[in-house]
Ligand binder design. Structure first.
Ligand SMILES: NC(=O)c1ccc[n+]([C@@H]2O[C@H](COP(=O)([O-])OP(=O)(O)OC[C@H]3O[C@@H](n4cnc5c(N)ncnc54)[C@H](OP(=O)(O)O)[C@@H]3O)[C@@H](O)[C@H]2O)c1
Length: 239
């Protein structure tokens, strides 16, 4: 079943996976606010953009308040905004490290914190965070990104226990290499892509729609008893 009629906030919804998720939710009949620092190059029909910098808790609070004002509440948060700064530890700057941790981990915490007062009022609050295959698979050059996502997975699992009694679920979707956003950039980098390509059991990149399908499942009624789960969407990886 589809998550029709819910009001949903998708962070990082202007491009890549977030855009695919926001589009899928609009098509399912959800009321969608999508957010990022810059507006989308082409606006998403049927959805409303709101500016957001996840590194600023006030910005996260303003986003959730705006979505609740517009729709009368917030039922779903898809905390998708993320970034990466690849590079070996020896060469990684302090700024790059903190940008990744502040965006992927602390930024998700800020959005979840800001959304919880509204999700608690929803009959079926739903939180989905976006991890990565690299959260549990070491890859040279991915230290800050992988660490942020590993922590994000445990954050989500702890969160799930804390909010379950209020009828909220918190789950995580963990994509592998997807033909959009960061995954596409990686696949176009001929210096490193052959290493990753060799690991794909399904010999192609995933699609944004395949990741969106996992999000739709986790926020829909069929997943009402799924909580604290990390759902991998990667076609199988040989690591
Ligand atoms: N694509 C993949 O293969 C893949 C695989 C595994 C996991 N993921 C995860 O999936 C999520 C989306 O990835 P993607 O590949 O679609 O990335 P992307 O195309 O680079 O999109 C990232 C989105 O996050 C927003 N964003 C970045 N920093 C932000 C900030 N400080 N505040 C608010 N929004 C911010 C960006 O917009 P602005 O720059 O305008 O703010 C954009 O909308 C990420 O969490 C990523 O780690 C992706």
């Amino acid at each position: 079943m589809m998550p029709n009629g819910k009001s949903a906030v998708v962070t990082g919804g202007t491009t890549g996976l977030g855009r695919a998720v926001a589009e899928a939710l609009v098509n399912d009949g959800c009321q969608v606010v999508y957010a990022a620092r810059k507006p989308a190059g082409s606006p998403l029909p049927g959805a409303h953009f709101h500016p957001l910098d996840v590194r600023d808790p006030d910005s996260a609070r303003a986003l959730m308040a705006a979505a609740a004002d517009r729709f009368g509440g917030v039922d779903v948060l898809v905390a998708n905004a993320g970034t990466s700064r690849p590079g070996p530890v020896r060469a990684l700057s302090h700024d790059d490290w903190t940008t990744v941790i502040d965006t992927n981990l602390t930024g998700t915490f800020a959005c979840v914190s800001a959304a919880l007062p509204y999700l608690e009022k929803s009959p079926q609050g739903r939180i989905v965070t976006l991890s990565s295959a690299l959260a549990v698979r070491p890859a040279p050059g991915a230290s800050s990104y992988a660490a942020s996502k590993a922590a994000l997975e445990m954050f989500t699992r702890v969160l799930a226990l804390e909010v379950a009694a209020q009828g909220i679920t918190a789950n995580c979707v963990s994509p592998g290499f997807i033909d959009t956003g960061m995954g596409r950039q990686l696949s176009e980098n001929s210096a490193v892509w052959p290493v990753y390509e060799a690991k794909l059991a399904t010999p192609r990149l995933g699609t944004g729609d395949e990741v969106a399908a996992a999000v739709r499942y986790l926020i829909g009624p069929d997943a009402s008893y799924v909580n604290g789960h990390v759902l991998e969407v990667n076609g199988g990886l040989r690591w």
